[in-house]
Design a protein around this ligand. Structure first.
Ligand code: GAR
Length: 198
């Protein structure tokens, strides 16, 4: 259950596969006295994910769950769920977690799983969004925080921010500018969701 008291903070479980720059932005927001959440655990499917190191540097438990040890997506997701429950997490935050979650997982946290995506959904779903946006030759893109449902990048949008595409942008330069917006958008969206639940 989400914490309903106005004094207690909401416990976040962050799932991250990679760099963890969004995780870092969230942890930074959580350091502010008035921010209504704290990160209780970070879980990664990559043993050497910088996100895990960042969590540990902030004295937050970092857990590696090796998908190779599980025979199916569902079996892995059951272990993810068990770990999140062990840490008594209220909200699940996907921050660059590059796995599709099974219905078992999504149903266990209804309207309690958030994701960030580097495009203006519903356009450019999937794992190559920045590359696909560049190929489409547009002048504007952005990022989206949304609730996770059983589809891929299909859940209800919470917040979006726009980013201009420059003439000489590469995937790296564009993604970097999108991430700068993400780092502001994600903590704000988490705040809004918690406020709406209290
Ligand atoms: C972010 O740009 C996020 O939007 C994207 O992965 C990056 C993670 O960066 N997520 C997806 O593409 C999900 N489909 P980070 O590890 O530095 O936070």
């Amino acid at each position: 259950m989400i914490q309903m008291s106005s004094t207690s903070k909401t416990k976040l479980g962050v799932l991250a596969s990679g760099t963890g720059s969004n995780l870092e932005a969230i942890m930074k927001s959580c350091q502010k006295k008035e921010y209504p959440a704290y990160v209780g655990v970070v879980i990664s499917d990559h043993k050497d994910a910088p996100a895990l190191k960042k969590a540990i540097a902030h004295n937050i438990p970092g857990v590696f769950l090796n998908s190779k040890l599980f025979e199916s997506r569902e079996a892995y997701d059951q272990m993810l769920l068990a770990t999140l429950k062990q840490y008594q997490v209220d909200l699940v935050i996907l921050a660059g977690f590059m796995r599709i979650l099974s219905p078992i997982f999504v149903q266990a946290f209804p309207k309690r799983i958030l994701n960030i995506h580097p495009a203006l959904l519903p356009q450019f779903r999937g794992s190559h969004a920045v590359q696909d946006v560049l190929k489409a030759g547009l002048t504007e893109t952005g990022c989206t925080v949304h609730f996770v449902d059983e589809g891929v990048d299909t859940g209800p949008v919470i917040l979006q921010a726009k980013v201009s595409i420059l003439k000489n942008d590469t995937e790296e330069t564009l993604h970097q500018r999108i991430k700068e917006k993400e780092h502001i958008l994600y903590p704000k969206a988490i705040f809004e969701v918690i406020k709406s639940l209290k």
